[in-house]
Structure formats: structure tokens, C-alpha cells
Design a protein around this ligand. Sequence first.
Ligand SMILES: *Cc1c(COP(=O)(O)O)cnc(C)c1O
Length: 463
Amino acid sequence: MLSENGKSFDEVMTELRALKSEDPRWSEGRTFSLVYYLGEEHRRLLSESYSLFMFENALNPVVFRSAKRMEDDVVSASLKLMNAPEGGCGVMTSGGTESLMLAVLAYRERARVQNPELVMPESAHVTLIKACEFFGVRVRLAALDSAFRADRAHMRELVNSRTIALVASAPQYPHGVIDPISEIGKLALEKRIPFHVDACLGGFLLPFLEKNGATVPAWDFRVDGVTSISADLHKYGYAPKGASVVLYRSMDYMKHQFFVYENWPGGIYASAGMQGTRSVGAIAGAWAVLNRFGESGYRNLAAVTMATTRKLIEGIRAVPGLEILGEPAMSAFAYRSVDPSVSTYALADELERRGWVIDRQQNPECLHATVTPVHASSADAFLKDLAESVAHVRAHPEAAAKGRAAVYGMISKMPLRGLVRGEVEKSMRKMYSGEPIDLNKPPGFIQRLVLSLLSLWARIART
Ligand SMILES: *Cc1c(COP(=O)(O)O)cnc(C)c1O
């Protein structure tokens, strides 16, 4: 790729556009995750604000005062939105992952116990498991109740002297339901342990639902016991990717995530988050979009999002054999087939054949959707394709044993999870060791995974 003399500006841009053309049609509402797009004006606002600050470096807030000023504005707006008390504080981060990593790190540092543990429900975002793995914290997973909310009694049982913090979500990603935050807050106060609420998904939507008059169960700093909140600006804040906040009730908690080293030959070094060099672009983009929309803008977006969500949920419920899991609190939800003659994963395959990008989940098998205003224009087409796809799968039950449906069905039911993990690790090593990948066959590595699982099964069956 690094040619001897480079290429012309136009040539490079043409090649980039060609690469982009292979991506899903997210601007037409064909994806139900990953992208938060509000149309052409929004795209221009983000791209111009981002490029205006693309070269500036937030590594040194003393040099680039602009970065610190915009970050302060974004953090204080977020604190106000989430009803932080006097003394509340926070930082902007690169995303939900970094926000959660910092909270886990701060609580581990604060607790300073041998063999630290974190207690959270199974539905808490997987990136918390990653954070615990990175920072040497043991995860204690609490079960979910029948409505997919954290089982409080189980959380209580898991708390012990090594517990560094409790975590719950508003809402959790897999089924979009809000955990019983008030009750968990009471547990946190009683046991005198910090409590992080992961509102990466809901942090910039739930406040506007409430302002629009909806009843939203208490989840933010108004709940006693909540000591920190993560909220992604690059989701329902509609900021460019690379923008999230982690907020704390007070500096007593946040100070534990800071890093300072005073003896480096390169100078005294201090950082508030995980990144070193970071573009001011995402900070400027977040600042721009918050200023552009203001409270009424976000309230309008929330109204459109919820109207579209209701339409989709009602439409899905109206298809015989389909159901919504639990009671979604906002605009993310899971749905599945409860008709034994309609495989949920085969339904996903059929929808994808019709040009939709569908997210598959497990335990239990279901499909996931995150709704944004862009789906107002695609909801009717989706519901029509959904009804037709259900009919198609019902008429072709063999589809469940074919293609990705068979693969995902088998992987999700595979009892020996260590094997699944090992095979995924093996294919990751391949994927990242420079082996050329065929972009036209994304599930290729999964096919290999299944083949090796099948042969393993055969071997086990023989012994
Ligand atoms: C998206 C999300 C995360 C992870 O955030 P990234 O920005 O993808 O790193 C964490 N928790 C919840 C509930 C989320 O929806």
C-alpha cells in the first residue's frame, strides 16, 4: 500500500469512497446499532467541528486551553443533566469502554484490597468484564430476574469485604431494561461501597424522556448511593465517535483514576484518563452538537426516537409468533420468535438477505435493535420485511439448519464454552497476523470455528 511515489489526492479519495461503498447503508436506517446519524446537516456540523480541532492535542490542557474549556462545558452540562450534587466532577473519555475502565480502576485503587471483586448483573456491558480482566479484578455476576433486571437479593449475597464496587445499568444493552437502581443504591449505602451506574446507552436519552413527561425510574445522582455514572456522547448525544463522559459524585472518588509521575526525564507527566495524545476533534464535535441542539433539540429527537420505537415494538408484537423480551425502558430492545417452527436466527438470516443488518444475541437467543430517528424512515419497510421473513422461515423450516443460523444456533447452545472461547481466540490470532481476509465472506472464520467444534464433538463422542 505504501507505494513508491504516493498517489494523487483525488486518487486516494476515490479509493476511500470505494472502500466505504462496501459498508452497510446506515444512513437509510438499515442498521440497528453502531451508527447514530441525524441527516446531512448533522453530518456537516460534526465533520466541520471535528476537522477544525483535528490537529490540536488534548494531551496538554495547559497548552490547548480550548480543549479544556470545551471539555469543562461538556462535563458540566452532563453533570447537570444527570442531577449531580455540588462537588460533582468528571472527564471526557474516548468512549464507554474507557469510561468504564476508569471507574473500575478508580474503585480498585480506592479500595486497596487483596483480591478485589466487582459485583454486577450478567446483563452489565461486557466491557466491564474486559475492564476487570485488564485491572486484575474478579467479576461476580448476579442473575437476572424474569424481567431481565438485576436480581437484588443475589447481588446482596455476592457482596463481601473484597467488593470494590457495585455496577448496574440504565438501561442495560441486551434487553434495554433499567436495573433496580434505587434498591441497589440502598445496598451500596448499607454496605458502604461505591455504586457505578452504566448509562452509556441511556445517559443522553433518559433525561429528555423525563423532560418530555415520561415516567422514568430514578437512575441518576438523585439516587442516594450512586457514586458515578458513565454516559456516551457518541450514542444518544449524537457526538462524533470518541466522546463519552465518566462522572463522579465527588473528587474523593475521581482522584483515584488520576495518574501522576514526577521523575520522568521527559518532564512531569499527569493525566486524568487513559489516553495520552488525543485529538480535540471529538471534544469539539460533542461541544458543537450539544450547543446546536440544546434542550429542546434533544427533547424533539427523543420524541421521534420513542415514537419510532413504539411503532417498531407494536409492529413486532403484532406478528404472530414474535415477542419483545421484558419491558424496554427506552429505545433499545430485544425480540425473538416463540414459535418453535420459526428459528430466531433463521429469521435474522432472512432479514439480512433482504438488506438489513441484524444483531444476534444469546442466553436466550434473540435479536437486538437500537432505534434512532433515522429509523422513522425505514420502520415501515422493516416491519413489512419482518412479517414476510417470518412467513418465509415458517415455510422453510430447513433454513434453521443452514448458513449462519445453524452456526449461531450451535455456538449459543454449545455447552463447553471454553472450546468456543479457544476457537474464537485462534481465529483472532489468524485475523490479526496479516492473513488476508475475504471481505465478501465475513462469517468465514465462524464456519471454521464450527467445523473444528464439530470435529471435536465427534472426537468426544468416540471416547
Ligand atoms: C455502548 C455501551 C458501552 C460501551 O461503550 P463503547 O463506546 O462501545 O466503548 C458500555 N455500556 C453500555 C450500556 C453500552 O451501551
